[in-house]
Design a protein around this ligand. Structure first.
Ligand SMILES: [Zn+2]
Length: 120
């Protein structure tokens, strides 16, 4: 892969990273004990007037958890891809060690497997 393409993909990864972090920040507090870990804020139930309102707030919390999990996973993949760029192993399929199609990386720069392996 040429350097220019690599730079472009790196910029894209950093952009995706900032976006995912901003999304996480809207409903989580960064866990200071574990770097890169986020905890979804549990709703404050102290001020609630009715059981219905409490149920609604807890339901909102429950539905946020899978989104938080997906975003965290995505961030992990993005950070791994950035590490690979730094280490010079970016764009190589983790499964077959073959090159990943740049077109695939363009759409999904954090991809860690080529399309062939991904479909398996
Ligand atoms: Zn592969």
């Amino acid at each position: 892969m040429d350097k220019k393409m690599l730079e472009q993909l790196k910029a894209k990864l950093l952009e995706h990273k900032a976006k995912a972090e901003a999304e996480l920040a809207t409903f989580t507090e960064k866990d200071i004990k574990v770097a890169g870990d986020y905890d979804t804020r549990f709703p404050d139930l102290g001020q609630i007037q009715s059981p219905d309102e409490a149920a609604l707030k807890v339901a909102t919390y429950d539905s946020a958890l899978p989104i938080e999990y997906a975003l965290e996973l995505r961030l992990v993949e993005i950070n791994k891809a950035l590490e690979k760029i730094a280490g010079g192993t970016y764009g190589v399929c983790e499964n077959c060690q073959g090159p990943i199609d740049p077109k695939r990386l363009d759409i999904m720069p954090e991809a860690k497997a080529c399309l062939k392996c991904h479909k398996k």
